[in-house]
Design a protein around this ligand. Structure first.
Ligand code: MRU
Length: 350
């Protein structure tokens, strides 16, 4: 089945269904989830990935658990639901959207604590739906702000997948391209393959092809050459966490692209919903970087190409210093040359 509108996660008949992103683009299949532990396994194993999508999945994981516990005694409900929060919280470390979404779920629980379990569960489910719906509308607003930065005919490079598959829908970086196309602009996307998990080759290329947005796939080590030929007008990537000083954590290889972009005088934009900004971390060095299995580097799926016993590093994310970021594209507009003062002001509602 080829979807018109990609629904990364959806609520169907009291269950959470998530597209199995590990097998895309060869197969398009949903997996059903019934508990917080199952959802945490789905996040860990990369069935669902991408910062905002992980946050939405975790919120539904809490709702599922609360619904399962609806008829249990209060004490057991409290114990088991607290445990569900812990399990989901530790499923992946880098994307701050996970703890951001869990905090929203926690405050709904805190406010409803005196109610019957079934009522708490319903309120948690309503909040999970709200987080998911808000994510799509935020991405559309952010997309419009970002689209205004791109000229008609722009050739844009992106790294990893910050698309509908990485969010509840529309996407952040790919949302900028979608919005630009919706405005009538011609956009030509270059997708970095994104070793080792191949989110660019498997997911970004697939997403763009679904909507007939022209996309050219390159391996990560081709970006410098293509830029040096004058074939890239802008870089737009997503992010997993932005520190208070504007340092950006994103998929491993993003830093390399940012350095190349600066060398070639190409603007480097980061599509960043406010839920991805973490003012509690003063700079990028404080952001936890996930180290993943060596087998992702020594091969892919059943195919191993590196010799047994070789030492391997597999950091899944890197930090791009704020100085290399031309602008953060948020739902509140574009923050040119981000720094601590500008980011704090973003959250100032007065
Ligand atoms: O390891 P992943 O696939 O979860 O990493 C995803 C990314 O790095 C994305 O660029 C980021 O989460 C932004 S998604 C809108």
């Amino acid at each position: 089945m080829q979807p018109q509108n990609i629904e990364t996660l959806r609520w169907r008949n009291g269950e959470l269904e998530m597209i199995d992103q590990r097998i895309l683009p060869a197969k398009f299949e949903y997996i059903s989830y019934h508990s917080a532990t199952e959802v945490a396994t789905g996040i860990k194993s990369m069935v669902v990935r991408g910062a905002p999508a992980i946050g939405c999945a975790a919120a539904y994981g809490i709702a599922l658990e609360a619904l399962n516990l609806s008829t249990t005694p209060k004490e057991q409900f409290t114990l088991a639901l607290s445990q569900a929060f812990k399990i989901l919280q530790t499923s992946r470390p880098t994307a701050v959207n996970l703890s951001w979404a869990l905090q929203r779920m926690q405050s709904v629980w805190d406010d409803a604590d005196s109610y019957a379990n079934a009522e708490i569960a319903q309120r948690l489910l309503t909040e999970a739906h709200a987080i998911t719906a808000e994510d799509i509308s935020i991405n559309k607003t952010l997309g419009m702000h970002g689209a205004a930065l791109l000229a008609d005919g722009a050739r844009v490079l992106t790294h990893c997948n910050a698309g509908a598959l990485a969010t509840a829908g529309h996407g952040t970086a790919l949302g900028v391209f979608r919005s630009a196309v919706a405005m009538g602009k011609r956009i030509f996307v270059f997708a970095d393959e994104t070793r080792p998990f191949l989110q660019g080759a498997r997911l970004t290329a697939w997403e763009m092809l679904q909507e007939n947005i022209p996309v050219t796939l390159i391996t990560d080590n081709m970006a410098g050459y293509i830029m040096s030929r004058g074939e890239i007008d802008a870089v737009v990537v997503g992010t997993d966490r932005v520190a208070a000083n504007g340092d950006v954590a994103n998929k491993i290889g993003t830093y390399m692209v940012a350095v190349l972009a600066q060398h070639h005088n190409i603007p480097f934009y980061v599509a960043c919903p406010l839920s991805t900004i973490d003012l509690s971390m003063s700079n990028g060095a404080e952001i936890p970087i996930e180290e993943r299995a060596a087998t992702e580097v020594t091969g892919f799926n059943d195919c191993q190409w590196a010799p047994d016993g070789v030492a391997v590093r597999n950091p899944a994310f890197d930090i791009t210093p704020a100085q290399l970021v031309t602008g953060l594209i948020t739902e509140k507009g574009v923050i040119q040359q981000p720094n601590q003062e500008k980011l704090i002001k973003l959250f100032d509602n007065s």
